[in-house]
Design a protein around this ligand. Sequence first.
Ligand code: ZN
Length: 581
Amino acid sequence: MAYEVLARKWRPQQFADVVGQDHVTQTLQNAIKASRIAHAYLFVGPRGTGKTSMARLFAKALNCKTGPTTTPCDQCDSCREITAGTSMDVQEIDGASNNGVEQVRELRDNVKFAPAHGKYKIYIIDEVHMLSAGAFNALLKTLEEPPAHVKFFFATTEAHKVLATIVSRCQRFDLRRIPTALIIERLNLIAREEKITLDADAALAIARGAEGGLRDAESALDQLIAFRGNKIAEADVLAVFGLVSRQNLEQLSTAILKGEVSEIIRIIAELDSAGKDMQRLVLELLDHFRMLLITLCAPDSATTLDVIATQLESLKKQAELATPDRLMRIAEVLSQAEDRMRYSLSRRTLVETSLIRCARATTVSVEELLKRLESVRQAFAGGAPALSPAAPARMEPAREAPAAYGPKSVPAPAAPAPAPAAVKPAPSPVAAKPVAAPAPKGDELAALTAGWRDQIIERVRRIVALAGGVLLDARPLAVQGDHVVIGFDPEFARSLERMKVPNYHNALKTVLSAFLKRPVNVDFKLIEPGGDVDMPADHTLEKASGARAPGSPKTRQEWQKDPVVRSTLEFFNGSIVDVRE
Ligand SMILES: [Zn+2]
């Protein structure tokens, strides 16, 4: 005997066998008992939830020799023919096939003839939303005045695409995704009957992978039997299901890497309506991008990845679309999304916005964007031409700053501090040249603060390139006699250590001395969370309280609350490093 796939072999033959759709079977059985059979029924639901099985079962119940009955006999000619799909009176039309119009026209011509054996002529039209306009119209004419012996059973995954004039003539039933527990129960039953050893974990994995579609679960079991024989473990299932979700994953990650936002939205919508777990999706994406990163940065290690050969091939292909920076940025956004997931009311929205951020991060480099913004700002501030690679835009991964930090920003008092943009960086060797208007003694800190990024860091950078980058994590805190105190927030403790390297240290010392026009030493300090650095009272350091005199510049904390700033930070996934007027 030819092998019969499980989904067909185990197709429910009685209403009692139908899994997870009690609300439908109950109503249909009641209608049969009350002899209130409508002309047309519409079965709506995700794929594999039993729409056409339900239609065939209902047809059998109506046309059984003993029928209409809630328990078709499965013995009479009609029952057997319907089960075998050979009944003259029950015709199945696939709305998705090309000959839909022709079949529907034929249907219209034949509908007037009485059924051959059974009581009813029953037309089951699957994927009815796929019918062409012509077929719809032909169908509609028949539906308007169907002969008493004709019944229509429509099935669709997309009810909104079915003409309203058709829907309005039907009794509609919505089939649900089948709960995991019921699918497992069914799988265990089949396994027992088929003499298959199915691990509990394996059954769970199949059910989870099937996402509420019993037919998918049964097909998966078929595949697994073909793949592993009569003993199936969880690992087998993951391998089999991995192929399915991998496809989605690859589509999605390709869309992200190519910056195709509308494709991302489409795929997420599809996954969401298929009942995919958004959190799991994010985790799987994270894992995927991690593998891409390894493939790209450490191709030698890529062979150790837990992937099959074809997966590795496609990873390599995808990696060509990316740079390590992009991948790390994407992974960062994803892991933030993952963090927020459990507190999020709409996971889908969170996933969408996060993935769009990922996509944008790939199309326009944030560094590049900020560089442009910086030159715009410069142009506004002083009418100066854009500074080329100077004043590098500084991005950090967004960190949750402890609420009561010391002052991250030290806004310059308005009057004596040179506006940063007004003073162009000296074109060549920096240290010796006078760079700013001499600062009155008491305002040295203000001058340092104002010129920190554009002048001091930039000049240090020209002496020791890497030191410039490290200093972006710092800011001047105080001038104490001939000592300048440079502060690092606690999270930048490592940057502080790096600045102690002699040539880094000396570069800064040279630049600061030149800037202040007197020899100074440099001290580095870690800023204590929740408090200021201890220092003499006469220093003009803004307190962390956030309170400020009217008219004085906003503090970082205040900017943090500003809606425009907040959305900008959100968009760029950034944090405020410095506040300047
Ligand atoms: Zn029968």
